[in-house]
Structures are given as structure tokens and as C-alpha cells.
Ligand binder design. Structure first.
Ligand SMILES: Nc1ncnc2c1ncn2[C@@H]1O[C@H](COP(=O)(O)OP(=O)(O)O)[C@@H](O)[C@H]1O
Ligand SMILES: [Mg+2]
Length: 286
């Protein structure tokens, strides 16, 4: 406490201290920072009882991609015609990465995203998820992986209108078969993570679009998926709310050990991506 006060005083006396100067005397600041960090970690540990969380069998090496797409094509039969929508897609999503797919409407982004989440299968090519070939799994196994390890966010927020933010998040824990005694702490933790700790008991219609989308994010990550797939999650938001949502994405990548793959056609948000794939007519251009 005393140290913090002293630091404050020092800053007041020398408001324009240069970074070179502060580097020469790092002790107080480093200590205060370490103290603050320790407090944050302690908070998260208390609220988020990860110890009892159902165990995952999968472990990936740190340099192994979470998701890998190899020569994927998707051809739809429309009447007597064949519609060639994906024409040889290759991509990777590493662990804790934010990857964006950009491209005009109709270029094939949603089709690809559905495949990444195991909702649809490629006509040819392979999709590898957490070290295994997802595109060769049975329907059952894909459904289980989707339920346990993938979270989805859609453009329209897909919240239950009569349930509060808290109940919406709790519902997704219930559906993921997470033991009941873990629901409360985890739902609260996720809502705090998206900055809605104080609005947990509000219902969607009492919230702004940005807030509703943040509830949708809390809901989609509550069961601790490895991969979050978001289809134009910012399309219906204004600039300020887009910034909020992107901020939350960056934060959950840091704290939740998750990878995010999202589609967008908003060029202004792409600078926060680790990688951007641009889709033109079913193919990536570089
Ligand atoms: N199930 C389907 N059956 C037939 N055509 C489809 C199907 N899903 C998507 N398409 C077509 O694939 C093309 C790409 O669609 P989509 O992946 O939704 O593009 P985007 O998300 O980039 O707007 C469109 O021409 C669309 O009509
Ligand atoms: Mg789409």
C-alpha cells in the first residue's frame, strides 16, 4: 500500500518522466505491477474452479496447429447443376491465434466456417482438428467434438430472449453436460470477462447490440472450447461496439487459451488479426 502511494507521489512530481528514466529505477513499479498481477491471477483462480472441470484427453504440442485445412473443395448439387463453392482451400489456425476470413458476400466464407466446426463435410480434401482428421470422423464423434471443443457465434446473437444474460450462459453449460455445481462460478466468470458482471441479470432486450453480442461471446466460450468460430460477429454493430467486441476477443485469447476464427468484411478490424485469409470466389488470394 505504502509503495503504491509513493509511486503515485513520484508520478505527480515528475509527470513527464521519460521511459529511459523509468527503466533505470524499475524496482517500485515492477513490484507494484507484480502485486497487481498476483491479485488478478488469484481472483481468477477463486472464481474459475478449473480443477474440477471435466478432463480433456487431447494434448497438443505448442507448435502444432489446432486446425488445418488441406485442399478442401465443396461442391453443392443444386437441381441438376453442380455449384463449385470452395475450390481448394488450405489454411491453418494455430493455438491462441485470431484468424480472419475476409471476402465479399457469396465468396464461400460461411460454407468454410461450417466445415471448420464439423457442421458440414468437404466434397474432397481434409480437415484436421486438434491433431486428428475431423473430416473422417463419424457423425457422432463430430457432434461430440463440436459440443465439447467448439463454440459458435453468429451475426444475429442467438440469445434466448426470455432468459437473463446469466441464464443464457448457464444454458450453454447445461447443454455441454458440465456438472451443475460448476455452472454458477463459470457463468459469472465469463460474464465478467466480457465486462458484463454488473448486468448479469438483465435480459437481452434491455441491452445494446454490443452488450448482447458480448453475452453471446460469454455463452459461446463458457464450456471452454478450444476453438471459437464467429460468422460476421460484428456485422450489425456500430464502430464503438465493434471495438468492444474485438477487445473481448483479444482478451479471451489471452486468458482462456482459445483460438478464434471469424469472418468479416470490415477492413478496419483486420489489423488485430494474427492472420487474414482473403477469399475470392471460393479460393484464397494472397
Ligand atoms: N447448402 C447449400 N446449397 C447450395 N448452395 C449453397 C449452399 N450453401 C451455400 N451455397 C452457395 O455457396 C455460395 C457461397 O455462400 P456462403 O458460403 O454463404 O458465402 P459467404 O458466407 O461468403 O457470403 C453462395 O453462392 C451460396 O448460394
Ligand atoms: Mg456468410
Amino acid at each position: 500500500m505504502l509503495k503504491k502511494l509513493r509511486l503515485k507521489k513520484k508520478q505527480q512530481q515528475q509527470p513527464d518522466v521519460s521511459s529511459a528514466d523509468t527503466e533505470k529505477q524499475p524496482t517500485i513499479e515492477a513490484e507494484v505491477e507484480a502485486e497487481a498481477k498476483a491479485n488478478v491471477t488469484a481472483d481468477i483462480k477463486i472464481k474459475d474452479s478449473t480443477k474440477e472441470w471435466p478432463q480433456r484427453k487431447v494434448t497438443l504440442a505448442p507448435d502444432q496447429p489446432l486446425l488445418e485445412v488441406r485442399n478442401v473443395e465443396r461442391i453443392f448439387d443444386v437441381g441438376s447443376q453442380k455449384l463449385h463453392v470452395l475450390k481448394g482451400i488450405n489454411m491453418q489456425v494455430m493455438q491462441s491465434q485470431l484468424v480472419m476470413l475476409k471476402g465479399r458476400s457469396g465468396s464461400g466464407k460461411t460454407t468454410l466456417l461450417n466445415m471448420l466446426g464439423g457442421l458440414d463435410l468437404p466434397t474432397s480434401g481434409e480437415i484436421w482438428f486438434r491433431g486428428e482428421q475431423l473430416s473422417a470422423w463419424s457423425d457422432d464423434k463430430r457432434t461430440r467434438a463440436r459440443r465439447d471443443d467448439v463454440g459458435f457465434i453468429f451475426q444475429a446473437f442467438a440469445l434466448m430472449p426470455l432468459l437473463s444474460a446469466y441464464e443464457n450462459v448457464e444454458l450453454s453449460l447445461r447443454m455441454a453436460n458440465i456438472p451443475r455445481h460448476l455452472w454458477k462460478a463459470r457463468a459469472q466468470h465469463c460474464l465478467e470477462l466480457v465486462g458484463l458482471g454488473k448486468r448479469m441479470y438483465h435480459r437481452p432486450f434491455e441491452m445494446s447490440g454490443g452488450e448482447q453480442q458480448r453475452v453471446a461471446i460469454a455463452k459461446s466460450i463458457a464450456h471452454k472450447p478450444l476453438l471459437l468460430l464467429a460468422d460476421e460477429p460484428t456485422a450489425e454493430l456500430d464502430t464503438q461496439m465493434v471495438a468492444q467486441v474485438m477487445g473481448v476477443f483479444q482478451q479471451i485469447i489471452e486468458t482462456e487459451n482459445i483460438s478464434i476464427c471469424m469472418t468479416t468484411h470490415d477492413p478496419t478490424i483486420m489489423e488485430v488479426a494474427d492472420h487474414v485469409y482473403e477469399m475470392v470466389d471460393g479460393k484464397f488470394v494472397s
